[in-house]
Design a protein around this ligand. Structure first.
Ligand code: C2E
Ligand code: CA
Ligand code: CA
Ligand code: CA
Length: 277
């Protein structure tokens, strides 16, 4: 049933709770957010700990809500995925990130990569490959600069479409990485059959310094080395963690120890303007 109070509606039905109602409100607001440019990208540096080089960045979306301030993706990405809105958001993220890297290149900042997160839902569209290709062409960005981060649940699904799209993306020269590696339920057998270039060690393993987590981290690094894959660690917060990783020849790192995700301007200020006051 539906009741009207003023111009707002209240829905009542079994199994529909406040939380769902909150989600519906958020979903509607999210549609508007995308149209009204309330989404913004932050960028988190990826560092080579050995050479101290600034290699690239990961693009991380935020919602700059007019009343609620900055909303974290953990709050709205799940809703965007449920509703399918992630497809439009994902395309916006990809476009924005590629334009940003091109602009940094044009200004003479030599970043080697832009990592972008892709949702499983984006892979379920049959035109993902042409969307990505188009975005790169429009931004005039060479495909090898683009790194796409996929999660293991995509691999678990392992449909023909997924595999075909991954092969097409890889064929174009795009680097594919498995995000949050080690947290999923997939078997390792897929690793040698998929066009993957990079494993990204999940922060839960990096941050726990107990014996078990250290063993998992070590196993992932060795696995990557044996399969000739790049390995990068996320969530590095302390020097000990960085030292522990580099002692095992894992040099690519990302985390608060180096930098939090920042707006594009702040990346430039912190990393590229050597003679700023
Ligand atoms: P993720 O892809 O695993 O991204 C890493 C998350 O860890 C980011 O959270 C980042 O800010 C955070 N992080 C980085 N360094 C550290 C650290 O040293 N310590 C700790 N505790 N955290 C650290 P964020 O930005 O809140 O993003 C959360 C998740 O939202 C991402 O996890 C990703 O799954 C999703 N997400 C973000 N942007 C996008 C997007 O554009 N598309 C899609 N599909 N998902 C996105
Ligand atoms: Ca990621
Ligand atoms: Ca992660
Ligand atoms: Ca994640």
């Amino acid at each position: 049933s539906k009741e009207t109070t003023g111009n707002s509606y209240h829905f009542y039905s079994d199994g529909m709770n406040i939380r769902t109602f909150e989600n519906i409100k958020l979903e509607n607001a999210l549609y508007k957010a995308l149209e009204q440019d309330e989404l913004i990208l932050f960028y988190q540096p990826q560092i080579n700990y050995k050479t101290k080089q600034f290699e690239g960045v990961e693009a991380l979306v935020r919602w700059n809500h007019p009343e609620q301030g900055m909303i974290s993706p953990d709050k709205f990405i799940p809703i965007a995925e449920e509703t399918g809105l992630i497809v439009s958001i994902g395309e916006w993220v990809l476009t924005e990130a590629c334009k940003q890297l091109k602009s940094w290149h044009n200004q003479g900042y030599p970043l080697k990569s832009m990592s972008v997160n892709l949702s499983v839902r984006q892979f379920e569209q049959n035109n993902l490959f042409s969307i990505v290709k188009n975005v790169l062409e429009k931004a005039n960005l060479s495909p090898e600069y683009l790194h796409l981060e996929l999660t293991e649940n995509l691999i678990v699904k392992n449909t023909e479409l997924t595999l075909k799209t991954m092969k097409q993306l890889n064929g174009l020269g795009i680097n594919l990485a498995i995000d949050d590696f080690g947290t999923g339920y997939s078997s390792l057998g897929y690793l040698k059959n998929l066009p993957i270039s990079t494993l990204k060690i999940d922060k839960s393993f990096v941050q726990e310094m107990t014996k078990d987590e250290a063993a998992i981290t070590n196993t992932i690094i060795t696995l990557a080395q044996n399969l000739n894959l790049e390995v990068i660690a996320e969530g590095v917060e302390t020097r000990e963690q960085a030292e522990f990783l580099s002692a095992q020849d894992c040099y690519l790192m990302q985390g608060y120890f180096f930098s939090k995700p920042m707006a594009a301007d702040d990346i430039v200020k912190k990393y590229f303007s050597y003679n700023s006051i």
